[in-house]
Design a protein around this ligand. Structure first.
Ligand code: JHZ
Length: 427
């Protein structure tokens, strides 16, 4: 592994002393969700008896640049060496990545000689879509288990963090990239300044960088508090992203809201080639519109975040009351999707196996294991139809449509689904 990981030494938790973007030391902490175990820390049965560590989970707002960020950093060594999350089992994600690769091809005019680099490439699901287009691809991912899977499947993957040093090595060996992608990974990276300098090493003036990450407006308005966890260090708005990009002479040329993962942004970034003194927002109406929208939604005001924290307490109260009321009527409840989010819901709301009998999940690595903290057992999805519980709490609410469609037989037989986002309801 690169020096990035050794930077953390033996320290597992570091308090954030200043804003990750603008270095402002006066951050306003607005919510305390933890301490909680890491959300992808699934356990084998033999590990249940051992002490399980918990890590702080407080989020803070920077009044200066608008970045929402965790108040503590848990070492990436604790979280990413062996990683449980893979997008490849979801048809929603596979078709999303196909659409993303077609979009990139259209706007960058990719040809077979061009290189696409994917940062945080996971098991290579996105790069497989680019391979279908017929371009050269290279993944970079620190998770040893996932880089191995990708390489075995012929998706060339460097098992490391994406740093300036790694970018220089890539440039020397493979040349510059025409497209760099980073889906659901920018929020995981502590040193954003190093990240964008590393990206610049690989970009020519015709290249583009495409980033996708959950949008702060969606998180606040749909109370998606369970997407706040130790892996997600930053929660971006267009406003905070622009501040970061301008520090690196990068230009946000397009931005788009997407429904994926409860509401995300797709941002297209280029190396700046603006005439001196030219307003960088001119000719970018979508960027300007979203900046305006964020001001109207109160994203620059600390009160917005304290109000959000109150809403989170209400969601917890309403969800726990509903589940307890159902249990008191002897209804059987299970969970669907042992997602990182689900582990935040169960731990924050203290929902254990006495309320939720088990969780079903499509990822083989998770099946047969137990959730971190609450130790709820995880089974294959087929258990749902065999066992026919009364209610299913969808913990991967971002895939609710796909899951409900897949389980229409269960629904036809009288089963009901409980959804928490955008608001608590039974379908
Ligand atoms: P899913 C991950 O969070 C982690 P998680 C990460 N930090 C991130 O940023 C976000 O994604 C975006 C299962 N499932 O993807 C599979 C079924 O069982 O929402 C997964 O375990 N059946 C990188 O973990 C879980 O649900 C299905 O039909 O919250 C979904 O987890 C489908 C569609 C999914 O990510």
């Amino acid at each position: 592994m690169d020096s990035f990981a050794s930077h953390w030494g033996k320290k597992e938790v570091t308090k954030v002393e200043k804003c990750r973007i603008c270095k402002n030391p006066n951050l306003e902490t607005f919510i305390h969700l933890g301490p909680l175990p890491i959300p992808n820390g699934f356990l084998k049965k033999s590990e249940l008896a051992f002490h399980e560590k918990s890590y702080p989970l407080d989020a803070a707002f920077c009044q200066k640049c608008g970045l929402v960020q965790l108040a503590h950093i848990t070492s990436p060594k604790v979280m990413f060496k062996n990683y449980a999350y893979v997008p490849s089992t979801s048809t929603t994600m596979v078709s999303h990545f196909n659409e993303l690769s077609n979009y990139a091809q259209k706007i960058a005019g990719l040809s077979s000689k061009d290189l696409v680099v994917d940062i945080g490439s996971n098991d290579g699901t996105l790069l497989k879509s680019f391979n279908k287009i017929g371009v050269k691809t290279l993944g970079v991912d620190p998770a040893t288990n996932l880089a191995r899977i990708a390489n075995r499947q012929g998706i060339k993957t460097i098992n490391n963090y994406f740093t300036q040093k790694v970018a220089r090595q890539i440039a020397a060996k493979y040349g510059l990239a025409k497209v760099i992608t980073a889906t659901n990974v920018v929020a995981h990276i502590h040193d954003l300044h190093d990240l964008f300098e590393a990206i610049k090493i690989l970009l020519s003036k015709d290249s583009i960088f495409i980033a996708e990450f959950p949008y702060l407006v969606d998180l606040l308005e749909k109370v998606e508090f369970d997407t706040i966890y130790q892996e997600h260090l930053s929660y971006f708005s267009v406003n905070s992203l622009l501040k970061l990009l301008s520090m690196h002479h990068l230009n946000l040329v397009n931005v788009q809201r997407l429904p994926i993962h409860g509401g995300s942004l797709r941002c297209v970034v280029k190396v700046k080639s603006l005439a001196k003194g030219k307003n960088p927002l001119v000719g970018r109406p979508k960027v300007e519109k979203l900046l305006d929208f964020e001001i109207k939604r109160g994203l620059l005001l600390a009160d917005t975040y304290f109000n959000f924290a109150k809403k989170v307490e209400n969601v917890r109260h309403d969800l726990v009351s509903l589940l307890l009321a159902l249990r008191s009527k002897n209804k059987r409840i299970v969970g669907y999707g042992a997602s990182a989010k689900g582990n935040i819901i169960t731990n924050y709301c203290k929902i254990g196996p006495e309320i939720i009998d088990y969780i079903v999940d499509s990822i083989p690595f998770k099946q047969g294991k137990y959730t971190p903290g609450m130790h709820i057992p995880i089974f294959k999805e087929s258990k749902l139809l065999e066992n026919k519980p009364d209610y299913v709490l969808i913990m991967a609410w971002n895939f609710a449509d796909e899951i409900i469609e897949k389980q229409k037989e269960y629904r036809r037989s009288g089963g009901k689904f409980i959804l928490t986002v955008p608001k608590l309801r039974i379908v």
